[in-house]
Design a protein around this ligand. Sequence first.
Ligand SMILES: Cc1cc2nc3c(=O)[nH]c(=O)nc-3n(C[C@H](O)[C@H](O)[C@H](O)COP(=O)(O)OP(=O)(O)OC[C@H]3O[C@@H](n4cnc5c(N)ncnc54)[C@H](O)[C@@H]3O)c2cc1C
Length: 302
Amino acid sequence: MTGNADATAVLARRDAWVTGWDDRGQARFLKDIGADLIRGHARLDGPRRVSVELPGGSAVALTARHAVVVCTGSRPNYPELPGLADVRPWTNREATDSPKVPGRLAIIGGGGVGVEMATAWQGPGSSVTLLARSEGLPKMEPFVGEMIARSYAEAGIDVRIGVTVEGLRRQDRTGPVTLSLAGGAELEADEVLLAIGRRPLTGDIGLQTVGLEPGSWLEVDDTCAVRAVAGDRWLYALGDVNGRALLTHQGKYQARVAGAVIAARAPDGRWTPPRGARTPPPPTAVRYRRSSSATRRPARWA
Ligand SMILES: Cc1cc2nc3c(=O)[nH]c(=O)nc-3n(C[C@H](O)[C@H](O)[C@H](O)COP(=O)(O)OP(=O)(O)OC[C@H]3O[C@@H](n4cnc5c(N)ncnc54)[C@H](O)[C@@H]3O)c2cc1C
């Protein structure tokens, strides 16, 4: 392909894929599977308890019978760089929802977010400069970063390896940004994307109420149970927040693992596997018995 993609068409297609950032479809899915959706800011409030602050300021208190699962994800890593806050850098949010294609985009960081967003914005017409301390995609084999750097150079992306950004300043509120690089060089861009790693989004989710450190990664065992929680395993952490692998498919994999484990560990004994018998009439039973395990009554026939 030569030339740039049609920016208006690309952004319209992106917006269509994410249904204009309207999550009613996902909300419907939750309703269909019988789950309650509560929109608000959730915080742990002691073992098995969660308090959700609703948009109007009121709160909903929840107590889990078996488990609480934290899936709050991650946020961009903000380095201590002079002038960074004043230039209002793009994070992954603006990099994926900006309605405008910046003329010149400087990307700080050569990990997954940095290299993917270089391709995404160079396509519809940004002039992209990618600045990285080490080779691109450092978690992969070195030849991968080298191949990407070659392909980016051919596509017109300016890849600069071994570069450290020491400071940033923006002229006026909306003018260009100047990046000061180690060694004295400067680079001008219209927007700067910060892509130098991720931090867990656990700073304000009540971790202190269960003896954990706010802002920390939630280290889990292979069942996704949080290791540091004392007593029986009731707290689980899935997806980016446990720091194991910050990838969509890994979060989904962990959700399947933890879902099965939580059901298996549910202590009330009411779970019964689907079953049937070849008798007249042929009974079948699924899901829970109406009675508790304490009464030891058999599953009711469907
Ligand atoms: C630019 C970019 C490109 C990527 N590309 C890829 C890729 O190509 N392939 C890949 O596999 N992965 C990719 N990833 C990574 C992938 O997006 C993440 O691994 C994945 O989204 C993590 O899912 P999650 O459910 O853990 O967190 P998230 O998707 O971040 O979801 C967390 C949710 O929790 C909510 N939340 C947070 N705190 C609270 C609270 N206190 N109360 C209530 N709700 C709360 C948030 O609003 C959000 O809805 C990319 C990431 C970025 C940023």
